[in-house]
Design a protein around this ligand. Sequence first.
Ligand code: AMP
Length: 126
Amino acid sequence: MPYDYDNQNIFAKILRGEIPNDTVLETEHTLAFNDIGPQAPVHVLIIPKGPYVSFDHFSAEASDAEIADLNRSIAKICQMTGVAPNAGGNGYRAIANCGTDGGQEVPHFHIHILGGHALGAMLARS
Ligand code: AMP
């Protein structure tokens, strides 16, 4: 089955410059910006510039250069924000939500980097 990408999603609009963002890092293939509704003192979203809907879509179809660039950008963000233990921080959580069960709100692949205080249990029990 092909992946279904909606180019009217809000991150596609950010990438086209149609709405503003609070950029933390920009590279050839990747953009990182502060989440508009931060859920921790550090809450950065890292997105590929290419039209990928989810982590599995990106991992299946992005080029090696795009995949390397996004991963290297995550490392840079963890250093720049100071959440990485080797940058003096106490750690962080990386989250990629997908689809309805994953609670994904924006259908453009993104990694959340959250940190700056203790984040508690990985999942709320329901
Ligand atoms: P998810 O539920 O994984 O799709 O997360 C989407 C995230 O995007 C949420 O944490 C929102 O707060 C964030 N968000 C939505 N619109 C914007 C925006 N214009 N700029 C920055 N973050 C946004």
